[in-house]
Design a protein around this ligand. Sequence first.
Ligand code: ZN
Ligand code: ZN
Length: 273
Amino acid sequence: STEYIESFIDEINSNNNDVETPLYPGSAISIRDACDRLIHYFFPLGCRLPRTIFTLFKMTNNDYRSEVSVRCVECGQVLVQSNEEKCSTFCIHNGKHRSYANKAELAIMNVEIEIKRVAERYINLINDYPKQAEHLVPCDIINGQIYHQMSNSKSERNITIILHTDGAPAVKASTTIAEIPIPLRDWKSAVMVFGIWLASSKPPRDHLLKPITIQLQKLMESKILLKQANGSHLWHNVRVQQAIFDLPARAHLLNIVQYNGYDGCGDCFIKGM
Ligand SMILES: [Zn+2]
Ligand SMILES: [Zn+2]
């Protein structure tokens, strides 16, 4: 697959010593030469497989869907050129040789297009499930107190977003829609990806979530126009009910100490022991 070839090529480039290292003891060719030959064996001359999501999006005409940038892995500063040494003055990588490990790729999706893509696919369920949920799945989030206390809950047309981040060190901000019934809600075809941080370590606070929350905020104010099954278009409210993180990610994103440290509770003032 493309992904495999990509990491393969990147690995060759990052391990410069493989240029000299023989393929096996006594081998006449180096690891690098062997890889070169393999690639040329499998792919014809002039094969230009995309090496980054940047070029992948461009090649697949998905440009408008996302904003991809190369960042400093530590401070999150945008790097105009991928080998750019300068980032932020306080950063440990500033002014030093920019190796592969000190770079990150950040992709922020167009949140409106992502919500449309999924919500229009399941529009009948989104319109009907909230009316039936009380009888179908009494313990579901959409029958809960908080869901009903949120603004616009009397309206029949809501898109209620649940945010998750998963994966380390490559972090994905994915979201689901509460009005889509379980288990379909968590199926791949119903999950939206709002952002991805690809790097050897987790994203600096804000760089992944801030561009997403800014877009969400706008949609909460403007509402979203969704195509209905009969071809007409109706406005739906956009709301955000909750964000689910694992404990290390929760501590990192809320800027509090880990759960095993003093003052580790995000809800109360207990010191710990
Ligand atoms: Zn930096
Ligand atoms: Zn507590």
